[in-house]
Unconditional design. Sequence first.
Length: 164
Amino acid sequence: MASRAFPPPGHDHGVCAATALAAAETLCQARGARLTDVRRKVLTLVWQSHAPVGAYDLLARLNKGGGKVAPIAVYRALDFLMTQGLVHRLASLNAYVGCAHIDAKRGGHNHNAQFLICQGCGCAAELESPALRRALAKAVAGRGFTINREVVEISGLCPHCKSA
Ligand SMILES: [Zn+2]
Ligand SMILES: [Zn+2]
Ligand SMILES: [Zn+2]
């Protein structure tokens, strides 16, 4: 499981990216959501690696060949991708990472996820722990508080950086 969450440094990342893009296409088609050119490009750039990337880095990459995409267009594309559950925003890094759990049939997973962020290589992986959610809900209920959205971000070292 650990190796699946954090693919080894030399893995064939083209496969990860192609799989995610194909799933995104299918999902958008099924929902009647338009994966426009800019949206698709932004998603492709987010999927260049497993490390979260900031909006301005995305903009720079997008305009590398002399393009003139405006920052607002990138933010709008990111908003769309987040709404569709294709991309997650990591608040602690102010950066975005592609969702590796897109299921075209199920239409995405529960995105109240926990994120593991490696301080060595910068990679991020999602951990979906129902036990953790239950524990959190229980702890919060005692305060009379209702959770709308919960995203836990945990930084540390991935198995590859740990063994390096
Ligand atoms: Zn990969
Ligand atoms: Zn996800
Ligand atoms: Zn790492």
